[in-house]
Write a protein of this length. Sequence first.
Length: 373
Amino acid sequence: MPSNLTRIGVFVYTLPDGTKRRELRPAAEVFAEDSLGTLAGAPVTDLHPNKPVRPSNWRKLSIGHVADDVRGDGKFVSAKLLIQDAEAIAAVERKDRCELSCGYSCKLDETPGELDGERYDAIQRDIRYNHVALGPKGWGRAGAEVALRLDAKGNQVAAGEPSSKPNEAQIMKYTIDGVTYDTNTPEFMQALALRDKRVDGEIETLTGERDTASAERDAAIKDRDDAKKALDEANDPKRLDALVTARVAVVSNARRVLGDEFKADGKSEREIMIETIVHTDDKFDADGKSDDYVRAYFEASTKSTKRHDEGGDGIGAARSAAKSAPRGGRKDGEREDDNTDESDRYDAEAAHARMLADNAEAATKPLRFSRDN
């Protein structure tokens, strides 16, 4: 809706001690482009809030905003107001809200003077607007001329119409960090900005500390859960049984080479296997060898070696194993890969023993050559 937002001229303020202070708002300052620019898009509030409108409280205080068509219009600054709050719209329609008053900051030039026969004590300069407040009839500090211009009979406010209330406004006071300021002074706006900056910094610090504590808590919970999982796995009966079975097998195979008097107390499986391998191959070097490599070497050594207390060497044991190993019971004319009875005709350990025996026997025979004619 079209509106007169403010005007030029002398504004009268009532000071806390009851005295009057008259401040001039000259046209050069009121119509300055950078000043009008702060009105475009400015929030509209219901009455004046007790603090400037900022991003942190905008949602709570705003009932609309000023359109971008801010302009000088005679002695007024005019623009359209967009009221978007349902209760505020209803108040305007009931005429409970019709006058306007701008919330702003400025620098005071303490030079007194007189304009058109009207005395003033100071001049407002560098006017910067914060919001436009909507209020009842007779409420606006700039008079009834600064109001909504509604398109209805009896609602049109003519320029120059006298105010129903003296052109006065109370100067609001606000205390920041123990110092009380007039809210109409640049010192107040500067102190408010510094206070907000400090508070924002404190909030940022506290947020960072909270996030760090939350991350540390989550890490501690994960460590606890991982430790519990590892403990459960370590104490799993099946796992313990498997470990015992595996160690018993290693010790048993080691005694095939080292004899029954071999003591494995206090030795790891790797140490037992290396001691066994070195007994049959004193050139074996375990440095840099993986556990899987050592285990494979150990298993090959113990499978191809007779028990220590039976005497003999690895080759003899392999030959003996090969001679005694079942050949599968294959019938004449039957394919060797037939699977009629897998358990009878395939024995991995016997096949391994035969391979060792064949290799050992081949090493004792001279090479033979043949040539096809």
